[in-house]
Design a protein. Sequence first.
Length: 235
Amino acid sequence: MPQNNNILPSREEKMGTVRSMFDSIAGNYEKLNTILTFGLDKNWRKKLLDHLGLKRGSLILDVGCGTGDLLRELKSSGLDSVGIDLSLNMIKENDNLGSIVQGIAENLPFKDNCFDGVVSGFSLRNFVSLDDFFKEAYRIIKPGGRLAVLDVSEPELPIVKTVHGIWFKKCVPTIGGLLSNKKAYSYLPASTAYLPDEEQLKTMLNDLGYLGVSHRKLFFGTVQILDATVPVFKR
């Protein structure tokens, strides 16, 4: 985790900094997501639920639920849901989406084996410890249940990497600064530095005991989905 970029907080400062930033952008967060992704973010969330692959009526925890965009997709897919987020202001933007609590990904306030699945959309890079989040997800998911997470990714094709870099690292902070908080929208592209690469992510899940770990990239490699199954006989 690089610390030479003053946009990125240290590990010790990260939780408080991230909470403060998301509190400050909660009001315009979803509108800006739509603008900055050209409306494609909704389709990516639908793809995430396809990878989750659970039947209607399953109980799902959305970690880093934010203003509730993924909770709405869960509801429209016939899935029951609970949300948890670090930012109180983001939670306040939710509109009658069911049970939502304030808390952290690394210490989920739920009993063992109580959810059929866990999802997270564009939140991984904001967690202080991905390993602790994956451990907690494993703990609360029922035997045979599913984990599916969605986040940005660094494309490999040179032309895509160049165009994506200009948009994501130059245009996004500028537009975010005009319509919301420039510091927060400078952090969001820079925070990709917190994400391990594909093989590291898969290794983390395999080492924790997840089965069938799968990784997919969408939209020319700029978005990634990671999914896995908790074994019937858990460790």
